[in-house]
Write a protein of this length. Structure first.
Length: 237
């Protein structure tokens, strides 16, 4: 007999365990509903988060972003000169350059000590002493640490050329005290040094901050409030 190409009818009842692949069974419908619900929840959370960021509090995050681009730097104002009763200058200022370091910009891990070791070789300061100075500013990582003052032009040129190798290191103008009559009145004139932790604790109420250079003895200390200057600026990061 010639074949017609059509499947022969089956006289057996369908197997209840076999599901037609094209039928949407209750189990499959449940899975699709669960996946759809999870997707809707995820998109809902994302939408609410974007709504909060862009609609409800854009000024807050815009201000935070702007502040993150700026860091406050202390500009050292020149101290007043000291003269005798005849107007002869006993103490004056000399403009100099200091190497400062922003602790917050130091690399993490072993890279931190590597950079400090390299700086100790360039500046001619023992590694332990530099690390001690940096650790003294651990509670205020946004205030620069003065590593060395009166650096030579060769050191300034080297640091400027290799700036990418020393993140957080800056060159800053500063002032040194010159004592033309030091041999005549050294003990009475005194000297200037960076404020210590104990001094800062007592003098913070008077406007002193970490990193200030104050009179440590003699006339420099007795008239520090009159001789010292104040100044602040914002440095764009």
């Amino acid at each position: 007999m010639a074949s017609t190409g059509q499947p022969l009818p089956s006289f057996l009842p369908p197997d209840p365990k076999v599901e037609e692949p094209y039928l949407l069974t209750p189990r499959m419908a449940m899975r699709v509903a669960i996946l759809g619900g999870v997707a809707l929840i995820a998109f809902g959370v994302l939408f609410l988060r974007l709504w909060s960021l862009q609609i409800l509090s854009p000024e807050k995050y815009r201000t935070a972003a702007a502040e993150n681009q700026l860091r406050r730097d202390l500009i050292e104002a020149p101290r007043g000169t000291i003269v005798d009763r005849n107007g002869r200058v006993l103490v004056r200022n000399v403009i100099s350059t200091a190497v400062v370091l922003w602790p917050a910009s130091l690399p993490g891990g072993s890279g931190r000590d590597t950079e400090v070791r390299e700086l100790s070789k360039i500046l001619g300061i023992p590694f332990w002493k530099l690390r001690q100075r940096i650790r003294s500013h651990e509670n205020d990582p946004l205030t620069p640490v003065t590593l060395k003052v009166a650096v030579s032009p060769e050191v300034m040129a080297y640091l400027d050329e290799h700036q990418s190798e020393f993140p957080g290191v800056d060159l800053k103008q500063t002032y040194l005290r010159s004592y033309p009559a030091e041999e005549l009145f050294a003990q009475g004139l005194g000297y200037v040094g960076e404020i210590s932790a104990g001094q800062l604790k007592r003098m913070r109420k008077d406007g002193y901050v970490l990193g200030d250079r104050i009179g440590q003895s003699g006339v420099e200390a007795a008239f520090d409030e009159v001789l010292r200057g104040e100044g602040r600026d914002r440095l764009e990061r």
